[in-house]
Design a protein around this ligand. Structure first.
Ligand code: CP
Ligand code: NVA
Length: 305
């Protein structure tokens, strides 16, 4: 079963194949994809948290692949009032062909996959956001070229997107510097897994060390959905704000990436996110092409590309 629970769970070769397929999809015209590989297929999209990009890109991807998608707000499902994940998974498998789940807890995703007879795709959990990292790598390679051996700097919270980048660094062979506050470190399991695969990961509390000669500077919100801090986030993350001074440490043509939604003046200055080196709109667009490739890999009977 082609579940996409994490980049670390699908083997070292599949992510590159998904990327290649996404690049091909991007060259096709808007509208129905050649061969309509998901004709008559349905994706259920369960959301326990809000979304703009993930929801719209998955739904449009299904439509353009010849299938359709159903938006399922977890709170208005029986799951929201106590029906078990096991029963939900078993029932959904009798109607639809794949589940995309945005879950508050990663364990909900693992439970869903355990009991599901159809593929389950991680649309973000507290632990990871693999679809985002794939779209990010695609965006990097479009703008800079092969990511192998390139230095990437993640500056800010050691969150779900950072964890998927940690997995990606092992799979795609880039050097990953993460500058995160000591109290907001990324997952030690993700680091351990990636280092076992030979990844080159450096953790620091010095954003300038991470940014120096990097080909890309990445950040994300300081406060992820559902999180609460007893302290003002500024006091934890203030020195990790990505501003022009940080960008100046990076390589001359370095790009700025952010998965969005962004908070101008907090994790990134307006000058940087709206500046000439920002590729955030390409990054958002590439979610669509990546979702098409993921869905084709997970759901189509045979890959037509
Ligand atoms: N980047 C991302 O996943 O955005 P949404 O929360 O809008 O889906
Ligand atoms: N880290 C952010 C990503 C949003 C796409 C969050 O979890 O809210």
């Amino acid at each position: 079963m082609n579940h996409l629970l994490d980049l670390a769970s699908i083997g070292m070769d599949i992510p590159r194949k998904i990327l290649d397929m996404a690049k091909l999809y991007k060259t096709q015209q808007k509208g129905l994809a050649q061969g309509a590989p998901l004709l008559g297929r349905t994706l259920g999209m369960i959301f326990e948290k809000p979304s703009t990009r993930t929801r719209v890109s998955f739904e449009v991807a299904m439509t353009e692949l010849g299938g359709s998608a159903i938006f399922l707000d977890a709170n208005s499902m029986q799951m929201g009032r106590g029906e078990t994940i096991e029963d939900t998974a078993k029932v959904l498998g009798r109607y639809i062909d794949g589940i995309m789940l945005r879950a508050i807890n990663h364990d909900t995703l693992l439970q869903m996959a355990k009991f599901s007879e159809i593929p389950v795709i991680n649309g973000l959990t507290d632990m990871s956001h693999p679809c985002q990292a794939l779209a990010d790598i695609m965006t990097f390679e479009e703008n800079i070229g092969s990511i192998r051996g390139k230095k990437i700097a993640w500056i800010g919270d050691g969150n779900n997107v950072a964890n998927s980048w940690i997995h990606a660094s092992a799979i795609f062979g880039c050097e990953l510097f993460l500058a995160c506050p000591k109290s907001r470190m990324p997952s030690s399991n993700a680091i351990e897994w990636s280092k076992k695969q030979g990844a080159n990961i450096v953790i620091t509390q010095d954003p300038t060390k991470a940014a120096k000669n990097a080909s890309a500077i990445l950040t994300d919100t300081w406060v992820s959905m559902g999180e609460k801090f007893s302290k003002d986030p500024e006091s934890i993350f203030g020195k990790y704000r990505v501003n022009q001074e940080i960008m100046n440490y990076a390589s001359k043509n370095a790009i700025f990436m952010h998965c969005l939604p962004a908070h101008r003046g907090r994790e990134v200055t307006e000058e940087v996110i709206d500046g000439p080196n920002s590729v955030v709109w390409d990054e958002a667009e590439n979610r669509l092409h990546i979702q098409k490739a993921i869905l084709t890999w997970a759901i189509a009977d045979k890959i037509t590309l």
